[in-house]
Design a protein around this ligand. Sequence first.
Ligand code: LCS
Length: 394
Amino acid sequence: MKQSKKLGINSRMIHGGEFENPLGSATVPIYQTSTFIFDSADHGAKCFSGEDDGYIYTRIGNPTINALETLVADLESGAQGIATSSGMAAVNTIYMALLSKGDHMVSSAAVYGPSRVVMEQHWSRFGVESTYVNTASIEEIKAAIRPNSRVLYIETPANPTMDITDLEACAKLAHDHGMLMVVDNTFCSPYLQRPLEMGADVVFHSMTKFLNGHADIVAGMIVTRDKALGSKLKSMMVTLGCNMDPHQAYMVIRGIRTLGIRIERSQANAMKIAAYLENHPKVEWVMYPGLPSHPQHALAQKQMDGFGSMISFELKGGLIAGKVLMDNVKVAILAVSLGGVETLIQHPASMTHSKVSAEAKLKAGITDGLVRYSVGIEDVDDLIGDLEQALLLV
Ligand code: LCS
């Protein structure tokens, strides 16, 4: 939709995304095809040379996928969207495009486990170095920067600690040192936080989470602030072959239509649940950016448009008590993933972050007793009642 920039974010989530629509379909059609017919041999050659922007082959481009890419790029205030088969496909496309042998990356210590493990165990085999620090401290980041540092990789709020990093300050620091800043915006979605507007160069998502929102698809998206970087990442994605499928793209477009109302509902629930947990005598601590007790509550207020729906907490009885809780909730589902309409509970130390070394987990604040709770859109009284009955058994 041409004038979409002028509309508010809720309207753009419904009417945004560019696609040709000769038949007047109210929704984006699914072009379930691997390849596209050329008008002539000359036309095919022109498509490959770039003289003609016609579609060639779905790994390279597809109208349904393009509709999603233009939609998310618009929501993130970016120049180009690159859809990927999963969030991890986005992570690896970024690492491969932006880092070479001998380069160094500085990253948040608390990040989604595999984003760190793949760098430390695999990209290191190809000579890429990395240092993991508490990015809530600008001083720690500064101290980690080396002459060969090329990328500052930030996850905020961080999975699963809920630490918040100052995006504007980090973008300035990265650029002062000739580095690119990459932000994993999965926990917020563009509805709550737009890192490109704060100076980031690349933002990406596991769209498996909030953007799709219904726990039925695995998908990823990279968005760049400028076109040249977008072309570089796009050609890497095409070469790696970690493209999205058209049906996947359709599902995410459908999910995004309700992103605003889902987030409003789930974060209102989360605020009440975080306050309930904080006041519960069996709870040791709660980390939720909306609580005044969160160490970066003021920063969260400044750079986020809401506090989201992810909570981490620890019970006074530590891991044993946490396991009793997880085994006894009946409305929340015991499963990994997050950001869906259904409330999920999981144990990062033994599940999503199990492959991160014990030492690294400790340093990043991922304690054995930490329980992660992704709040859905159920009736909040049912969720609190569910926690209440399970906490009685602890
Ligand atoms: N980034 C973040 C912040 C994530 O939470 C995840 C997945 C990814 C990237 C990778 O995305 P995927 O390939 O799964 O689409 N996070 C998960 C989690 O916390 N539980 O299960 C998956």
